[in-house]
Design a protein around this ligand. Structure first.
Ligand code: GLN
Length: 535
């Protein structure tokens, strides 16, 4: 078997330059040449995983098939490439240290002093090699910015990998910013120079500089950067700002990035298949008609919190030839405002996932409005729970109905902790995480959409539908149309007498791809389009 290649992607100058998308785009390019890839992210913070962090702080928690709670960049990896990420694909400093300390307590180090170098760096290297097993090329993104104290052990580990492997096996890509300073009327290279210097000081010579800039960087500026960075001019690549992130792999190719990468890694080029991707990008850029979807949630002020959701809506829009305009509505605000004023010009309402009681009443009002006015409604996880609670309260007339997450003493618990439901003390991890299968009832909206009986979707929640309500709900027109066969857990509810009303306990947004848009989102947008036609 050919030797595995490693591409390390670091970032300089400042955060939020889009390192994850850059890494994903390089992965996309390599796959188009027929290479198998693996992707992983190394995050310098000390939380063991982002599962415990607030979405306001850290953005979305991306959930993998095997139930890892990971950084949102893994979502980009899955959307831009065919890789499936897993527990192996995201390592934080906390998780690395946890492993080292467990070994130390077990006595594995045989009385030695345990140190960052070599013990922590060795553990980082193990994580990189494990994640990359069997792939032609492994792409490793290092979180944070070069110069941060926290990222040093990771940079040291990747420096050592460069030393241990052969020249053509390792490539370092550094993403920086070349700002345009209005008052000077110039592009400035100094921040990039400093950032490259910081990298060189710790022993890493970048092979490629990806320079974020508002406009393409002219040749003389590239030459200047190249000189200071100890590189050839061709290794300085402009990464121009774009509206549509899916265009980035195409832009990189135009800049010749594919040729430089293949050359340094001594990989054959040959024909690459990008026709489908190119076509999709072209179509998604030319959408003229619009539908408006209201997203009623708690984290709307922080758009990173709903990354996969927004992408899934975009994919579904492209599939329906419409641009999806998002109206972000803080669910809290709905307790003061009239729903009819807020939703006057929307063609679909979506309540996404979330935790904690804040904003729940507003979400319930949004559901009631969608249900009674025939507006397409899509409830995801928490959005499915509030849709059910609204129905129990307003149709079954049990006004105190709630989830035990929000009211532990209600006599009508529509959602319960898995533990209470199964009547056992411990159920392992207290969240249901990762992929679970679901069997759909024939003659349901869900079945019509998926066109198959058995599906599998990813979960991240603690509370489950209380089966005592199933019969009562069905009697009044809310159907349970999907269940997990292993544990008989309710996964999907829908209203038969409504144009489009569906709530799912899982997160379909994690599985939507540009070229394989998720069927639930596609159907939702299709009906929002119809609703626009009617209204
Ligand atoms: N808070 C709810 C639960 O834990 C919903 C979680 C979610 O929307 N991801 O069950």
């Amino acid at each position: 078997m050919a030797k595995t290649r490693y591409i390390f992607i670091t970032g300089g100058v400042l955060s939020s330059l889009g390192k994850g998308i850059a890494a994903a785009s390089i992965g996309n390019i390599l796959e188009s040449y027929g290479y198998t890839i693996a992707m992983l992210k190394l995050d310098p913070y000390l939380n063991v995983d982002p599962g415990t962090m607030s979405p306001f702080q850290h953005g979305e928690v991306f959930v993998t098939e095997d139930g890892a709670e990971t950084d949102l960049d893994l979502g980009h990896y899955e959307r831009f490439t065919t890789t499936r990420t897993s527990q192996k694909s995201n390592w934080t400093a906390g998780r690395i240290y946890e492993k080292v300390i467990q070994k130390e307590r077990r006595g594995d180090f045989l009385g030695k002093t345990v140190q960052v170098i070599p013990h922590v760096t060795d553990e980082i290297k193990v994580a990189v090699f494990e994640a990359g097993k069997g792939a032609d090329v492994v792409l490793v993104e290092i979180g944070g910015t070069v110069g941060d104290i926290e990222s040093l052990p990771f940079l040291e580990a990747i420096r050592q990998i460069g030393l241990e492997l052969e020249e053509e096996q390792v490539l370092y890509v550094h993403l920086t910013l070349v700002p345009f300073i209005k008052t000077a009327g110039e592009l400035k290279t100094k921040p990039t120079q400093h950032s490259v210097k910081a990298l060189q000081e710790i022993g890493i010579q970048p092979d490629i500089l990806l320079c974020r800039a508002e406009t393409p960087i002219p040749s003389e500026i590239k030459r200047k950067i190249a000189l200071f960075a100890n590189l050839k001019e061709e290794a300085v690549v402009s990464a121009v700002d774009v509206k549509n992130i899916y265009e980035i792999p195409l832009i990189y190719r135009k800049e010749g990035l594919d040729a430089i990468i293949l050359k340094k890694l001594q990989l054959k080029g040959g024909r690459s298949s990008i026709v489908e991707w190119e076509k999709w990008v072209k179509r998604s850029k030319g959408l003229s008609k619009e539908v408006t979807i209201a997203i009623v949630g708690k984290y709307v002020s922080h758009s990173d919190a709903y990354k996969s959701l927004f992408e899934a809506l975009f994919h579904a829009g492209a599939a329906n030839n419409v641009r999806v305009r998002l109206e972000l509505i803080d669910s809290d605000s709905l307790t003061e405002k009239e729903p009819k004023d807020v939703f006057r010009a929307v063609h679909g309402i979506l309540v996404p996932g979330g935790f904690g009681i804040r904003g729940i009443d507003g979400m319930i009002r949004a559901v009631e409005y969608a249900r009674t006015r025939g507006i397409p409604y899509f409830g995801i996880c928490l959005g499915m729970q509030v849709a059910t609670i609204e129905f129990v309260r307003n149709v079954l007339k049990l006004a105190a109905a709630h989830s035990s997450e929000f009211d532990a003493r209600t006599p009508h618990k529509v959602f319960l902790k898995l533990r209470e439901l199964m009547n056992v003390e411990e159920m392992g991890h207290n969240m249901r995480l990762g992929a679970y299968s679901c069997i759909l009832k024939k003659k349901s909206l869900a079945y019509r959409i998926y066109q198959q009986e058995k599906i599998s979707e990813r979960h991240r929640h603690r509370y489950e539908f209380n089966p005592e309500f199933e019969y009562m709900l069905e009697n009044k027109g809310m159907r349970v149309s999907g269940k997990n066969p292993e544990r008989n857990l309710v996964e999907i509810v829908e209203l038969s007498s409504h144009p489009w009303f569906l709530g799912c306990q899982f997160h379909p947004e994690f599985k939507s791809r540009p070229l394989q848009p998720h069927p639930l989102f596609v159907s939702f947008i299709e009906h929002a389009k119809r609703h626009r036609g009617r209204s």
